[in-house]
Design a protein around this ligand. Sequence first.
Ligand code: FE2
Length: 284
Amino acid sequence: MEIRHTAEMEWENGLDVVNAMTPEFRDHLGPADQIPETYVKYEQKTLTIDPETTFRGDLINLRPGYADLTDAYHDSVEECFYLSGDNHLTGDGDYEGGHYFWRPPGIVHSASTREGFSGLLFLEGKSEGDHSDYASRRIRPLEEAGQCVTEPDWDTAMGSRGWVRLNTRNVPWVEGVHWARTQGDTALLDIEHLQVKVLSHNYATGAQSIMIRLEPGYRQQGPLALDSRFYGFVLSGSFTVGDETLSEGSFLQTEAGEATAGWASAEGATMFAKLTGFLGATSA
Ligand SMILES: [Fe+2]
């Protein structure tokens, strides 16, 4: 189990971030002489990273006036849950706090912001199930923005979950007991006291990105182990996992099959979460 309290973490400056990127990303950001003035407006706190697959998740904070130096596509799925601010994506549209996208590989875009924005940004990296390849950045002309330039057949280009773009406020809270019909064995998970917004999901593997709302008094029957790897970022409220308390800005990662204490929430909590498969749990 990994827990990170982002409120207690220092922001990493964008220039350091650039230097730590994989060459496939770093060497394709645009004109070298403009990188310092651009990336000084980019800050991040790393939530999770897997060097093997190049999967990563970051809390990012872009300062007013940040703009990508070129349009580009990634060989990886890119995903963002917006916390606040404004972001324009070429070939796509405008995003603000509470908005979300999951973009399949190969679609050309660039990002800019007027007043700045913060969000949870994920590059899926190598994932057969989610039709995603290693993280990369490949420069393309602005005229191609919004097009998929790696896969001519649009149906195929949409990959595992489609090009999802939505305002999460317009997505319904689904009762846990209804959502659980599409999941694994949830008997230990107090599913009667949670609701879910499904933002994107993979019907084949069960992998999904969701918002979870725990009602006050929520309590799992632990210790237990989830069937899938879980990532969760707390948006509001708080809950405990054994001795650990997670509150706004806390990030939790647990591995498939890893035994943990059951979660409990006295006041309730809301989080953005990613699961690598169907949700289910066994006693541990
Ligand atoms: Fe991107």
